[in-house]
Design a protein around this ligand. Sequence first.
Ligand SMILES: [Zn+2]
Length: 96
Amino acid sequence: MREHMARFTATVGYVRQLEMRSLCLWCEGKLDGGWSCNHGGQLSVDGFPDDLPLAEIGKRLRCQRSGTKGRVDVRPDWREIPGSNPLRQPTADWQR
Ligand SMILES: [Zn+2]
Protein backbone atom coordinates (compact mmCIF):
# COMPACT_ATOMS: atom_id res chain seq x y z
CA MET A 1 0.00 0.00 0.00
CA ARG A 2 2.64 2.47 1.05
CA GLU A 3 4.89 1.59 -1.90
CA HIS A 4 1.98 2.01 -4.27
CA MET A 5 1.32 5.49 -2.90
CA ALA A 6 4.99 6.43 -3.25
CA ARG A 7 5.06 5.68 -6.97
CA PHE A 8 1.90 7.61 -7.69
CA THR A 9 2.49 11.34 -7.31
CA ALA A 10 -0.71 12.89 -6.09
CA THR A 11 -0.85 16.63 -6.57
CA VAL A 12 -3.19 19.41 -5.48
CA GLY A 13 -4.59 19.39 -9.02
CA TYR A 14 -5.40 15.70 -8.66
CA VAL A 15 -7.36 16.42 -5.50
CA ARG A 16 -9.32 19.17 -7.28
CA GLN A 17 -9.95 16.77 -10.14
CA LEU A 18 -11.61 14.46 -7.63
CA GLU A 19 -13.77 17.45 -6.67
CA MET A 20 -12.36 17.46 -3.18
CA ARG A 21 -11.49 20.59 -1.31
CA SER A 22 -9.58 19.30 1.65
CA LEU A 23 -6.68 17.08 2.56
CA CYS A 24 -6.41 14.52 5.27
CA LEU A 25 -3.32 14.92 7.45
CA TRP A 26 -1.65 12.29 9.56
CA CYS A 27 1.42 12.96 11.69
CA GLU A 28 4.11 10.29 11.43
CA GLY A 29 6.22 11.82 14.17
CA LYS A 30 6.99 10.51 17.63
CA LEU A 31 6.00 11.78 21.03
CA ASP A 32 8.29 11.78 24.07
CA GLY A 33 8.95 8.18 25.04
CA GLY A 34 8.81 6.97 21.47
CA TRP A 35 5.04 6.78 21.15
CA SER A 36 3.67 7.40 17.69
CA CYS A 37 1.93 10.74 17.48
CA ASN A 38 -0.74 9.84 14.89
CA HIS A 39 -2.26 13.29 15.19
CA GLY A 40 -4.84 13.74 12.47
CA GLY A 41 -6.33 16.80 10.87
CA GLN A 42 -7.58 18.42 7.73
CA LEU A 43 -6.28 21.18 5.52
CA SER A 44 -8.03 23.06 2.74
CA VAL A 45 -6.38 22.94 -0.70
CA ASP A 46 -7.39 26.57 -1.28
CA GLY A 47 -4.39 28.66 -2.21
CA PHE A 48 -2.13 25.77 -3.22
CA PRO A 49 -1.00 25.52 -6.89
CA ASP A 50 -2.30 22.58 -8.97
CA ASP A 51 1.16 21.16 -9.66
CA LEU A 52 2.20 20.96 -6.02
CA PRO A 53 2.68 17.33 -4.87
CA LEU A 54 0.86 16.46 -1.66
CA ALA A 55 4.14 15.13 -0.27
CA GLU A 56 5.62 18.63 -0.58
CA ILE A 57 2.82 20.00 1.59
CA GLY A 58 3.61 17.33 4.15
CA LYS A 59 7.23 18.47 4.27
CA ARG A 60 6.17 22.01 5.12
CA LEU A 61 3.68 21.24 7.87
CA ARG A 62 4.46 21.13 11.54
CA CYS A 63 2.42 19.15 13.99
CA GLN A 64 1.73 21.12 17.15
CA ARG A 65 1.07 18.05 19.23
CA SER A 66 4.51 16.47 18.83
CA GLY A 67 6.33 19.43 17.28
CA THR A 68 7.41 17.25 14.36
CA LYS A 69 8.01 19.09 11.12
CA GLY A 70 8.03 17.56 7.68
CA ARG A 71 6.78 14.11 8.59
CA VAL A 72 3.12 14.52 7.79
CA ASP A 73 1.26 12.07 5.59
CA VAL A 74 -1.01 14.08 3.29
CA ARG A 75 -3.80 12.44 1.29
CA PRO A 76 -6.99 13.42 -0.45
CA ASP A 77 -9.76 13.49 2.13
CA TRP A 78 -11.83 10.51 1.02
CA ARG A 79 -14.34 11.28 3.74
CA GLU A 80 -15.74 13.97 1.46
CA ILE A 81 -17.18 11.25 -0.74
CA PRO A 82 -20.90 10.96 -0.02
CA GLY A 83 -21.74 7.97 2.15
CA SER A 84 -18.34 7.80 3.78
CA ASN A 85 -17.67 8.58 7.41
CA PRO A 86 -18.43 12.29 7.92
CA LEU A 87 -16.00 12.54 10.82
CA ARG A 88 -14.37 15.93 11.00
CA GLN A 89 -11.31 16.76 13.01
CA PRO A 90 -10.09 20.19 14.00
CA THR A 91 -7.37 21.80 11.94
CA ALA A 92 -6.57 24.73 14.20
CA ASP A 93 -3.40 23.18 15.55
CA TRP A 94 -1.76 22.59 12.19
CA GLN A 95 0.51 25.26 10.81
CA ARG A 96 1.42 25.69 7.20
ZN1 LIG B 1 2.59 14.89 15.72
